[in-house]
Design a protein around this ligand. Structure first.
Ligand SMILES: [Zn+2]
Length: 332
């Protein structure tokens, strides 16, 4: 019982600390994440405390045994009248009884606290997420979105799902499979030292992207540029409406609390993400050495869901999505 109380107290303290640490900073100020400036702090990390409450169960059975030995020591007292010596020898003969039945019970609960292991080496038990990370319909999420393959203004996925693990008052959504796979990714990232990694931008409607783009054009025109110049300048760092992968509901930007888009590259979190995201069905959509093909600068925070089968191939072959789609076309 003490352990449970301590665990609960620790969880409450952690929650209080996290609440006070949540940054109100809007992270959408980067090149293609300017969607909303409405970020309000809120505690978004309640799930990490849940597993801890199950651990104390194994300790409870052990507290019972002492009571049975105490009762037995009182029995010999009925022989006291003669001498004081016999008392010390009598209780010892009853000792073996107490050890026999109790050793078997506690052993069955031990495996619960052991780290979850599978072929991918996950520390968390992610078995419930497996069907989302590795979808049965392998090719359902290979949609290519870029300036040569824009989405229509009316394109909106029908299975958008609110992310369970998100920041502040953000209402980030992704398509169902991507949302669940991201949940698994974030759980495992926490177990591997990325303590505060969360989504900072996910599905973005066509009209939101249009608003962002038009606003930037307007700003440049107010500085004296012609409309043509302003559009060209804006296109250099902001996706044209329909050309943003965020409209697909399969792309998400993740950051930890200590970094922004401008200094995330080279961090421990960025490294862990790059090495492990394929296990959850994600790829780094805009790699450092593929800028000429993707037409996007290196974005170490931008994940794209494609499902584990294709994500692993893309990771192993060191391709970007444009190259991989072409590779599949030539190697059916
Ligand atoms: Zn992005």
């Amino acid at each position: 019982m003490k352990r449970i109380f301590i665990a609960l107290t620790a969880a409450v303290l952690c929650a209080l600390i996290l609440t006070s640490c949540v940054s109100p900073e809007p992270y959408d100020t980067g090149p293609e994440t300017m969607a909303s400036g409405t970020t309000v702090p809120e505690t978004t990390v309640p799930e990490t405390t849940e597993p801890e409450t199950t651990e104390p169960e194994t300790a409870e059975p052990e507290t019972e045994p002492p009571e049975t030995t105490e009762a037995e020591t009182t029995v010999p007292e009925t022989t006291v009248p003669e001498t004081t010596v016999p008392e010390t020898t009598a209780p010892e003969t009853t000792v073996p009884e107490t050890t026999v039945p109790e050793t078997t019970a506690p052993e069955t609960t031990v495996p619960e606290t052991a780290p979850y292991e599978n072929e991918l080496g996950f520390k968390e038990d992610l078995s419930a997420y497996e069907k989302y990370m590795d979808p049965e319909d392998r090719d359902a999420y290979l949609l290519l979105v870029n300036p040569d393959h824009p989405l229509g203004s009316d394109y909106k996925p029908s299975d958008l799902t609110l992310l369970a693990d998100r920041r502040g008052d953000r209402k980030d959504q992704l398509r169902l499979y991507a949302a669940k796979a991201l949940e698994a990714f974030l759980k495992e990232s926490r177990a591997n030292g990325c303590k505060t990694m969360t989504s900072v931008s996910a599905y973005r409607p066509y009209n939101t992207q249009k608003y962002i783009f038009d606003n930037e054009v307007k700003g440049y025109m107010e500085e004296g540029m012609t409309e043509e110049e302003a559009i060209a300048k804006t296109r250099s760092d902001t996706a044209y409406p329909g050309e943003s992968e965020h409209q697909s509901g399969l792309a998400v930007d993740v950051l930890d609390y200590d970094h922004t888009l401008s200094n995330f590259a080279g961090t421990y979190e960025a490294g862990w993400l790059a090495e492990n995201c394929w296990k959850f069905g994600f790829i780094l959509r805009y790699p450092q050495d593929k800028e000429e093909i993707t037409t996007y600068v290196y974005e170490p925070w931008h994940l794209r869901y494609v499902g584990r089968y294709h994500a692993k191939q893309i990771f192993d072959m060191g391709m970007c999505l444009e190259e991989y789609v072409e590779y599949l076309a030539n190697n059916p």
